[in-house]
Write a protein that binds this ligand. Sequence first.
Ligand code: ATP
Ligand code: MG
Length: 572
Amino acid sequence: MSGGKLWNSAVIRMAMPRLGELLLVSFFINLLAVGVPVFVLQVYDRVVFQGGVTTLQGLVIGIVLVLGFDFFLRLTRARFFQTVAANNDAVLAGQLFEKLYRLPLRVLESKELWYWQSLFQDAVLIRNVLSGATAALVIDLPFALLFLLIVLYIAPPLGWVIGGALLLFLFLAIAAERMIHGRAATERRVVQRRDTLLADLMAKRDTVKLLAASTAWKKKWAEEHSRVIDASLGRGRITDNYRILSQSMTLLFTVVITTVGALAILEQNLTIGALIAANMLGSRMIAPMVQMVEHWRVIAQFRQAVNRLEKFQQMEEDHSGPCIDIPVDKGRYTLRDVHFAYGEEDDAVINGLEGNIGPGGLHVLMGRNGSGKSTLLKLLSGFYLPLQGKMLLDDADLRQFTPEQLHQAIGFLPQRPELFRGTIHSNIVVAADGVSDDAVIESAQAAQLHQFVVELPDGYQTQVGEDNRGVSGGVVQRIALARAMLNKPLVLLLDEPTSNLDRESESALVNVLKRYAESHTVIVATHSPAFLNAADSILVLETGKVALAGAAGAVLERMGWLRQTPQGPVGH
Ligand code: ATP
Ligand code: MG
């Protein structure tokens, strides 16, 4: 990203409204910085050589006032930086969260966890830079020109020395930036790789332990970590080189300026006071450029963070829904030539599906692993939108509904349900407001969960941990099922709901769903004989296309399956 583009960035613009004030305060701070050199100049030239004690008194009073004012202004500016940054942080974090919420699931799934987390780290980094020493340094840089003008006025013979030094240091600072910018990006990348590995290892600690794979992982970890050390050493070395070089050059600068100044004094072109004052101003000009070397990494990170947030802000968003409420009251799906693929260049996972589902009834989706059952359920839920074709719910395009409307009308049980850290109760209710205990119990009963929960010592207040720790696989599935059935949605989409249930609970659940399906649309991806037996219709998918579809009896017959009699066999 070029500098110009950086300043055009919306992220930066948020801090802009008060940039004018900031520049004004900075201007005065820098103007007051001239106070001490001028004081020294006057003391040497007027007091020391002319014995003007009264002048000295006046000068001391004046400079104390100036310093007091300077103190006050600096304090103001620091507060100002803090306020700008805090405002910015609040706005930015809010925007990030809102944007995340509006992203389609397909986009959310297309990037790894660390990417989404790093966006929030970027926001923190931006705040820290805007409120910290780096921002003050950058703002002060242009005032070097002001000092140069003053030097040209009070000590003209030294003007070219200081001007030349300024150019030299500027050149050094730019060279350092060139060297450090790329390295800062590399460093971030390797740190991220190492942290992702660590997070992955920790998240899958059970498997790592089970596979006795710690030696192999240790090696991998050591490799990633040594990359981080290399990158940071490499960057540190460059920073050190430039810093030490600039420090030596600063000393050299003092020697040169004193020498040239001494010659000018001998030729009566300069006073001692002017020499000392020019020396002070020169150092004041050069100091920020020397410090810049230390700050380039932060600046590079800042630019990259702004860049990433800009890209994030430009990501495509979910449908935002209609301005009028379209009722969903039947639960009837119409599919018209629906196509879907995960990536732009990927093969179609759903390939021209046509047909109607519902209203009402228990419908089973079958098909080999990878045939697109889960994908189709996510399309029906509105999580994914068809890339081509139409998906209608009660005769309206799914895009017409807001996520909230869809959530209310459709209960969804994913294939791999996940719990949040909290109680069983909070995991059923999740974000829903004002859910009565009766409703929670009713959905838990339907999900075959209630009896299990009330036998626990803490009942619905039982804590469950991250990664579904603390509860068995079957119970996770039942909690998620209760979550999906809460408030009796018109449509229930269940992805392998009984993969972790025992037979008894399975047949109880099938009975519940069968009854539910009399007045609601229930679509289940499953191979369970109990479901096939109870289904009203069956759709068999094969690589995203309909292989077979129709009334359950007919489909099963075509597949060579026998419809199960109460205790009889399911197939042959
Ligand atoms: P299973 O019986 O194993 O649950 P499925 O019928 O539910 O399989 P899907 O999960 O819908 O199959 O997957 C269909 C195809 O889409 C597979 O080829 C899979 O690799 C691919 N796929 C699924 N999820 C994603 C994803 N998030 N990103 C990219 N490809 C995906
Ligand atoms: Mg699946």
